[in-house]
Design a protein around this ligand. Structure first.
Ligand code: GTP
Ligand code: MG
Length: 183
């Protein structure tokens, strides 16, 4: 955490706190983890997003009234064969987005397993946000909003339905995470 002073128009110096947090997106392959990050950071969406094995490292700033939050995002591939590597990725993470695809019920079940993994192995103070992604495909919905919301409430998770395609709730999700993190 660092602080720096800037002059306000009135001439009064104001300290801006910059807080840095590691955030890991988790969830099944093809639920849209990379697409959400790409939309958030670059404002882009690709119908045929390539799966990148390994880790992509990206940063995003979120400005709050009293602090600027800098997210260090470690985007990893969700394929089961990388699953055993997951604890290595979320070591030291202060935040996680656990993503599922609302058109695929199985990915919701897997998301719950990822939440359990985090509750067991990650930092006890980790902020977890559940994201029901592909909300633009609501006509193909297989996972119910109310069920996911109830699960999130029971487990003290943030929850939003998002779309990397339309950007729905994306800024709000990261804003909610930034607000919940201790600064
Ligand atoms: P892995 O890296 O393999 O773990 O997958 P991933 O979770 O990063 O998924 P990725 O972002 O690669 O997206 C998989 C596919 O879903 C791509 O074809 C995307 O274009 C599509 N996709 C992602 N998000 C959305 C969304 O919100 N709406 C729609 N309609 N398609 C999406
Ligand atoms: Mg990916």
């Amino acid at each position: 955490m660092t602080s720096r002073s800037t002059a306000r128009p009135s001439g009064q110096p104001q300290a801006i706190k910059i807080c840095q947090f590691k955030l890991v997106p988790l969830g099944e392959s093809a639920v849209g983890k990379s697409s959400l990050v790409l939309r958030l950071i670059k404002g882009q969406f690709h119908e045929y997003q390539e799966s990148i094995p390994g880790v992509a490292f990206l940063t995003q700033l979120v400005c709050l009234a009293d602090a600027t939050v800098r997210f260090e995002i470690w985007d990893t591939a969700g394929q089961e064969r990388y699953h055993s590597l997951a604890p290595m990725y979320y070591r030291g993470a202060q935040a996680a987005t656990v993503v599922f695809d609302i058109t695929n019920q199985e990915t919701f079940a897997r998301a719950k397993t990822r939440v359990k993994d985090l509750q067991r192995q990650a930092s006890p103070s980790i902020v977890i946000a559940l994201a029901g992604n592909k909300a633009d495909l609501a006509n193909k919905r297989m996972a119910e909003y109310e069920e996911a919301q109830a699960y999130a409430d029971d487990n003290s998770l943030l929850f939003m339905e998002t779309s990397a395609k339309t950007a729905k709730n994306l800024n709000d999700l990261f804003l909610a995470i930034a607000k919940k993190l201790p600064k």
